[in-house]
Design a protein around this ligand. Structure first.
Ligand code: LRH
Ligand code: MN
Length: 436
């Protein structure tokens, strides 16, 4: 997070938050002390857990600040953001109340501006920094020379591949001005018909293009490859699964890692095992947290399958305890808020992600490992389940309160009437469809 910049006025009054917390503090303290006594019976110091949780943060997607939509429709809400400046303001609200989302992951050209240094200062004045930058070679821009309709980094057309490489390099240059150190590369490249493209040659073209992007990475930067099973291609996707992604990352080099978007897998795929595998080979680069029931639904994290999110964090705690070269995953949310206020959804999602992390911290690792080595299946499972069953909300409320956030984020947000105020100040967003 930018430190040399003084935070100017934050969007929610600190008096309102203090008043809100004062009314709830007694019950939080009571619940926290009760949980503390319960955890101490199993040798866990709740303050140690609290201090570890207070260090955890997750980035929010700039594109998640506005209402999302599907190919059928998008239903804007009054006062939703219309540009990156308003999106940063809304992201500042999420961070102010959650105290857990101090970075924004931008997307280009959706967040294009003339002066990126000014944008960096603007974000810093709101207490925000920038996380991984996202390139976009899955849409054509007005006046673009070559269409991505038949692919981008893997296109059969050399000029189109060069254009896609150029765009990714431009994103790196923008990211350097913003203080980012990661480039996330997701391509929609693929086919809708068997035979439409040679499955081997399309990957070879992708690897050649990606190698040019890789070569442009500044010293400390990483390139995060994001795999996705399908959509917009519905027969084959060039980087369709973790296998294609890790092989590509291994062939590109040490600075190339794999990013796991939870929604990019077939239903019931064991994503936590994918996390363990990527970590085993030092290629676990980051996450796009969301939830889904069918496809890439981009629903709120933990809203459909909070247990899966817990099991993913269980693998991340194991990874922290047994780190591999360069283990430093980028934690980011990637969601599309089609029916809720995006600010409320991202605050609730940050809470769900920190809840999964906190429950994973509470797992009795020694007991688990001993039961696993002894093939005591039930005790091993119960080591996870008893942690999962623990209500960790007093710890999260205490962390937020102590860091200056709100004990009940949604209640405080609604009391602030922030969205109503913005619906007066901001121009209405037109009807449309699609993600942004
Ligand atoms: C692709 C994806 C990718 C982003 C886009 C907004 O489905 O997850 O991470 O570029 O959503
Ligand atoms: Mn994603």
């Amino acid at each position: 997070m930018e430190t040399n910049m003084t935070i100017s006025t934050l969007p929610i009054s600190t008096e309102l938050i203090a008043e809100h917390n004062a009314a709830l503090m007694a019950s939080v303290d009571e619940d926290y002390d009760a949980l503390g006594r319960k955890l101490s019976r199993t040798g866990v110091d709740i303050d140690v857990v609290k201090n570890k949780v207070a260090e955890f943060t997750v980035a929010v997607p700039s594109w998640g600040a506005g209402r999302g939509g599907t190919r059928f429709a998008k239903f804007p809400i009054p006062g939703e953001p219309t540009n990156i400046h308003e999106k940063l303001e809304d992201c500042a609200v999420i961070n102010q109340l959650s105290q857990a989302t101090p970075r924004v992951s931008p997307h280009f050209p959706w967040d294009k501006v003339d002066d990126y240094s000014a944008l960096r200062e603007e974000a810093a004045s709101l207490g925000l920094g920038f996380d991984a930058v996202n390139s976009n070679t899955f849409q054509d821009q007005l006046g673009q020379a070559h269409s991505y309709s038949t692919g981008s980094l893997s296109s059969t057309d050399a000029a189109t591949r060069a254009q896609a490489v150029e765009h990714n390099i431009e994103c790196i240059e923008i990211g350097q001005k913003l203080g980012s150190t990661d480039l996330t590369v997701w391509v929609g490249d693929g086919t809708n018909f068997p035979g439409q493209q040679d499955l081997g040659r399309s990957l070879d073209r992708y690897l050649d293009s990606a190698a040019e992007v890789y070569a442009a990475l500044p010293g400390t930067w990483r390139m995060l490859l994001e795999h996705k099973m399908f959509e917009p291609a519905f027969y084959s996707s060039v980087i369709s699964d973790w296998g294609s992604s890790i092989l590509a990352a291994q062939s590109l080099g040490d600075k190339c890692k794999c990013l796991v978007d939870l929604g990019h897998h077939a239903p019931n795929v064991n994503i936590e095992q994918i996390v363990a595998r990527l970590h085993r080979f030092g290629k676990l680069g980051g996450f796009h947290f969301n939830d889904s029931k069918y496809g890439d639904d981009d629903l709120d994290s933990g809203s459909i399958n909070p247990h899966q999110l817990f099991l993913v964090f269980n693998e991340l705690i194991e990874a922290e305890l047994h780190p591999r070269e360069g283990f430093n995953p980028a934690y980011m949310i990637d969601q599309s808020h089609n029916v809720t206020d995006p600010i409320e959804s991202m605050m609730a999602s940050a809470d769900a992600i920190l809840t999964a992390y906190t429950k994973a911290i509470l797992v009795d690792r020694q007991g688990l490992t001993a039961a696993q080595e002894a093939n005591d299946t039930m005790l091993a499972f119960q080591a996870l389940r008893s942690a999962y069953k623990t209500d960790t909300s007093p710890i999260l409320a205490k962390v937020r309160q102590e860091k200056g956030g709100a004990i009940d984020m949604i209640q405080a947000y609604r009391t602030s009437k922030y969205r109503e105020r913005k619906s007066q100040a901001r121009k209405p967003v037109g009807l449309g469809s699609g993600i942004v």
